[in-house]
Design a protein around this ligand. Structure first.
Ligand code: 9MR
Ligand code: 9MR
Length: 587
């Protein structure tokens, strides 16, 4: 009898236990955790009845905090309903779970110092895994070690890029750099925004990056690892300039995308294609910014700063002579063979590139000849940057270097700062309209191809507002978007591979698909929800189509689950900036 009773009780106890404590993905939160004195929010999705929540230490199961759930909030970007969990006043360090009776418990998370360090270091290291033309050795790459792919020492001048000195078929060397994304090509336009963002991260937080280690082959040298990584791509970019006229080729590419194979397995010929105004001006901006930053290493990098400035000036001059050279792949394919079907990055509007290049050259030289383009650019509206619109990078650099600049533009640059603060305040104001109380989701348009980079770039704008005002609230709100990327979003995914409890496992990333290793290459940020679903015509079927849910963790989905360097750069900036600022702002 006794036996029978306890036997009957086991399922009951188990049932109570699981409803109380079973891990559920209905609780959305930054899966890494929270700084001791920072705001702490999680969101419950669904319509289950619940009113209380508890924060319980993971080991002792002691309740350290309890309170009530917020009211139901209906999302504007899907049918999702949320209830806010606010435990900001809990400041105790440790590993905890959030328990909502009737719903379950969250993934474990940490409260403490450096909680986002894992994301900060991993996303920077992500660039190392994208390196072209060199082997990734076991001691740096762990189980993702691989032989070198694409040497790019014999690259052909495509007929679209032919010139008198370099006729079609001429062989040039263009080794190194990073693979752009899930594909194996290298695009100057996209390298431009990526490098501008990474160089700005260094320029804004030099002391922090000076000691940050990512375990890369150059870690033993005297440069910070972050700059070593940037240099790997910079040296490639320099090979993309035609030394005869200063023009820069749009990309170094296969004619068609490789299949889902490891880097370098296919031996298809590689080409550089037509020079373009967007590519050349983006190159000019990056080379000018690099020249300024690398100046402090004359012994370690002899002559490099000067060569970068020279390359930048030559590029600028080419652009003056070729102010409207659009990269139009369809047009090129109607004229030349072989046809090129890889990524286009076909920007048609160049005023933002003119402004960005002029700003970087001006910050590095103070030369008056760039002032007209800067004045023009400062009058235009600012938006967070994307590969096709880079003007914000110019604004950020002018503000950062303001005190070293000639006084002529001071007033305009000051009002540019006020404009950034105004946009930051608007972001914060709109946050309350969002069911997850993140800055991400200002409108449905934030969810697009690579929307997670929109979240990261909004965060960077807020960090810039902090750097201008030293008002901590801007970091608090930048943090909402880091939280978004790391799990506080409608999908419940942490969008960076290798991090958190429920992260992206099947990115559209050729190496991750082909390497026979279960875990994807780490530190790469997926593009995220994209209601455009441009890949649906292939084999991908999205379970949800609403803006904030149009995401699928399958490698067929290049429109919602690819990774790309111009998306990784802003998450590097955002996560490292917040780590760098944590003490200063009292987290
Ligand atoms: O793999 C390609 C990816 O890197 C690009 O972002 C995407 C859009 O240009 O294209 C992918 O390649 C697909 C191609 O466009 C259509 N056929 C299927 C290819 C691989 O899934
Ligand atoms: O990020 C790009 C996105 O804005 C475009 O809509 C899309 C289609 O042209 O292309 C994206 O860029 C891809 C590039 O063309 C090729 N490498 C992978 C990039 C990310 O998907």
């Amino acid at each position: 009898m006794k036996f029978r009773i306890s036997f009957l009780f086991i399922p009951l106890i188990l049932m109570i236990w699981t409803t109380l404590y079973a891990q559920t993905d209905l609780i959305k939160l930054n899966q890494l955790g929270f700084y001791n004195k920072a705001p702490k929010f999680a969101f419950i999705t669904g319509t289950l009845p619940a009113s209380q929540f508890y924060i319980v230490s993971k080991l002792g199961k002691d309740t350290v905090f309890r309170s009530t759930l917020g009211p139901v909030s209906k999302s504007a970007y899907s049918e999702t309903q949320t209830r806010m969990v606010d435990f900001s006043t809990l400041q105790q360090s440790g590993i905890f779970v959030l328990v909502v009776p009737g719903i379950g418990s969250s993934y474990p998370f940490t409260i403490g110092k450096n909680v986002n360090q894992h994301a900060a270091i991993a996303t920077l290291k992500g660039f190392y895994y994208q390196r072209v033309s060199m082997p990734l050795d076991l001691q740096y790459a762990g189980k993702w070690n691989r032989p070198a792919g694409h040497p790019d020492t014999r690259v052909l001048i495509h007929p679209s890029a032919a010139s008198a000195q370099r006729p079609a078929g001429t062989v040039i060397a263009s080794p190194g750099g990073w693979y752009d994304a899930g594909d194996y090509n290298k695009y100057i336009v996209n390298s431009g925004i990526t490098m501008g963002t990474l160089l700005s991260a260094y320029e804004d937080f030099p002391h922090y990056f000076d000691t940050l280690k990512t375990n890369i082959p150059e870690s033993g040298n005297r440069l910070p690892d972050q700059l070593d990584e940037v240099l790997y791509n910079l040296r490639w970019m320099l090979t993309m300039q035609d030394p005869n006229d200063g023009g820069v080729y749009n990309k170094c590419t296969n004619a068609a995308f490789d299949g889902m194979v490891m880097p370098g397995v296919t031996k298809a010929p590689r080409f550089v294609v037509q020079k373009g105004t967007a590519a050349t001006l983006g190159f000019a901006a990056v080379a000018a910014q690099a020249a300024r930053i690398l100046k402090k290493y004359p012994t370690e990098l002899p002559g490099l700063s000067d060569s970068c400035l020279k390359a930048s000036t030559m590029a600028w001059e080419w652009a003056l002579k070729n102010p409207n050279m659009e990269y139009n792949q369809t047009l090129i394919n109607s004229k030349y063979k072989p046809q090129i079907s890889t990524g286009g990055y076909g920007d048609k509007a160049f005023s933002d590139e003119w402004f960005w290049a002029a700003s970087e050259l001006y910050c590095s030289t103070g030369d008056k000849r760039y002032e007209t383009n800067i004045k023009d650019g400062l009058q235009k509206r600012i938006t967070v940057p994307s590969w096709a619109n880079v003007s914000a990078l110019g604004w950020y650099s002018l503000l950062r270097n303001k005190t070293a600049l000639p006084p002529l533009l001071k007033e305009q640059i000051d009002s540019a700062g006020l404009e950034i603060i105004r946009i930051a305040d608007k972001f914060i104001e709109n946050e309350r309209l969002n069911a997850f109380k993140t800055v991400m989701g200002q409108s449905a348009r934030d969810f697009n191809w690579g929307g997670n980079s929109v979240a990261a770039n909004q965060g960077i704008l807020l960090i810039n507002a902090y750097l201008l005002t030293h008002n901590k609230k801007y970091v608090d709100h930048a943090l909402t978007n880091l939280d978004y990327i790391l799990g506080r979003n409608a999908t419940g995914y942490c969008f960076v591979t290798g991090i958190g409890s429920k992260s992206v496992k099947h990115p559209h990333h050729r190496q991750s698909v082909a390497d026979k290793i279960a875990d994807p290459v780490p530190g790469l940020m997926s593009g995220g929800p994209n209601p455009g679903m441009q890949d649906v015509k292939t084999v991908c079927t999205y379970p949800e189509k609403a803006p904030e849910l149009a995401y699928i963790d399958r490698d067929c989905s290049y429109a919602s689950n690819e990774i790309a360097i111009n998306w990784n750069a802003p998450i590097v900036y955002l996560s490292n900036a917040i780590e760098a600022l944590q003490s200063e702002i009292g987290y």
